[in-house]
Design a protein around this ligand. Structure first.
Ligand SMILES: NC(=O)c1ccc[n+]([C@@H]2O[C@H](COP(=O)([O-])OP(=O)(O)OC[C@H]3O[C@@H](n4cnc5c(N)ncnc54)[C@H](O)[C@@H]3O)[C@@H](O)[C@H]2O)c1
Length: 448
């Protein structure tokens, strides 16, 4: 079989976790043929890693305006989209029309118009789009799918999902492009796309209607001044400032990847990675609540808080034969220097145990914990399993249908897009009114 010729769009932090398996474990069936990014500094740092750390041949580099030339010169079979969220649609659509398949990072895109354009391009070209919902591939989350599908708690009627981002991880979205609705769709799209996708997939259900609230309650200048945290508002960015004991400070000189990917790339991209989280002008929410109704009648009660002292999620499913509780906590106050899943954790002590567990509460019988082997690797081992599916020429069969295509990618972001609209209008929003998904489909598995 001819190797998959992969053109990478977006050479930021995340893409490293794809480049590494492409050049190592899966190098025979894959060839990295191009790097495209708006920053020449980031592109050339990638080439330095490719030729140094991975001892591979230098990869041709392209600027965004050279996308067409890149396709003509390198003839990729797959375009791997890892750029800023607001740019995904443009590359997905152009890649499909150039005859390529697409692998895209989540969120597939950020608003209804761009989503409709992607679905239309896929219909017109018949090419394949895969959305990398790595959350699905974690062992515990797959187990939850298996328990629900096998009827352990009967038919599920309602789900509650509470997600907490701690004041280190959550704050990171407020330092950079994610803090602009226009760039990321806000956290209801950028972050919650993972959570809405999990619930769609766990229930094997298609969302139909959403009502939501969203607020900026903690980050931003006005909130800091209200709380009396004026000292934390005094510098526009952290690197090089007298930040004292400011727990939100991030020094881009602290790690090689921060320095090389972001600090040294500022002159050619204007991308400042460490802006003060208590500055004016942030227009996304840090606290969100949504109610979702599915085509098949189930309900989801969802909340996301981005300034918690601890990180993790609590999901509970109510079925007509019992209840399933799934908890996943990573401990508190982690200071993460994050790129590509290489976390540097600084624990300041956790009030409660970190860990992941599933407990079943059958009706009229004692509860029990579901035994699970410990997970290894980035994102709870999920990235390793997902990469095998993306880059192996003969991936193992996947009875839990964890690969997501364009329609499933849309079913997830449309919940967040509808939620954003509901926050503004104060009324429930029907997903079909935004972008129609196949009307006869009842279950998620009927969508591509
Ligand atoms: N699944 C996950 O767990 C996970 C984790 C992190 C990031 N992501 C996703 O990966 C993507 C990249 O995130 P990141 O953390 O690497 O961000 P990043 O800011 O480190 O990288 C974004 C890159 O996009 C580039 N870019 C901006 N505008 C561009 C344009 N017009 N054309 C081409 N490139 C452009 C930037 O120069 C930068 O190199 C995002 O879509 C994000 O949602 C997913």
């Amino acid at each position: 079989m001819a190797p998959q010729r992969i053109a990478l769009v977006g050479t930021g932090g995340r893409a490293l976790s794809f480049v590494e398996p492409i050049l190592t474990t899966y190098h025979a069936p894959n060839q990295l043929v191009a790097l495209l990014d708006s920053s020449a500094t980031r592109r050339s740092y990638y080439n330095e890693l490719i030729t140094g750390r991975w001892q591979s041949a230098r990869v041709p580099e392209y600027a965004p305006e050279d996308f067409g030339r890149m396709i003509a010169e390198q003839r990729p079979t797959t375009v791997l989209v890892c750029s800023k969220d607001s740019t995904h649609h443009d590359y997905i659509i152009r890649a499909l029309h150039a005859g390529c398949d697409v692998i895209t990072e989540k969120p597939m895109t950020i608003d209804a118009e761009k989503c409709a354009a992607i679905l239309a391009a896929q219909r017109a070209t018949g090419r394949r789009v895969r959305v990398t919902f790595n959350y699905r591939w974690g062992a515990f989350r797959t187990k939850v799918r298996e328990l629900i599908a096998s009827g352990t708690i009967g038919r599920v009627h309602s789900v509650n999902l509470e997600y907490l981002l701690d004041a280190a991880h959550g704050a990171d979205y407020f330092r950079r492009w994610h803090s602009s609705m226009q760039e990321s769709g806000g956290l209801f799209v950028h972050k919650s796309t993972h959570h809405f996708d999990l619930v769609n997939w766990w229930l094997d259900a298609i969302p139909a209607q959403v009502f939501a609230f969203g607020d900026l309650a903690y980050y931003g200048r006005a909130n800091a001044l209200d709380r009396g945290d004026e000292a934390w508002t005094r510098y526009p960015r952290y690197t090089g400032a007298e930040t004292g004991h400011d727990p939100f400070a991030l020094d881009l000189r602290a790690t090689e990847s921060f320095r090389r990917l972001y600090l040294e790339a500022e002159p050619d991209s204007g991308y400042v990675r460490d802006q003060n989280v208590f500055r004016a002008g942030i227009d996304i929410y840090d606290q969100m609540s949504a109610l979702v109704r599915y085509r098949t009648g189930e309900t989801l009660t969802y909340s996301l808080v981005a300034y918690s002292p601890r990180e993790g999620m609590r999901v509970t499913f109510n079925g007509d034969r019992g209840r399933l509780e799934y908890y996943e906590f990573t401990g508190s106050h982690m200071n993460r220097a994050v790129t590509s899943g290489e976390f540097q954790h600084e624990h300041h002590g956790s009030a409660e145990a970190a860990g992941e567990w599933i407990r079943i509460f059958p009706h009229f019988a004692p509860s029990y914990e579901v035994p699970m082997p410990p997970a290894k690797g980035p994102h709870g081992g999920a990235d390793l399993v997902m990469n095998e599916q993306l880059f192996s020429p003969e991936p193992p069969s996947d009875p839990w249908a964890r690969s997501a295509g364009h329609e499933q990618g849309a079913a997830s972001i449309l919940v967040g897009i509808a939620a954003n609209r509901s926050v503004v209008t104060g009324t429930p929003v029907r997903l079909d009114a935004l972008v129609p998904l196949p009307p006869a489909a009842h279950r998620l598995r009927e969508l591509v």
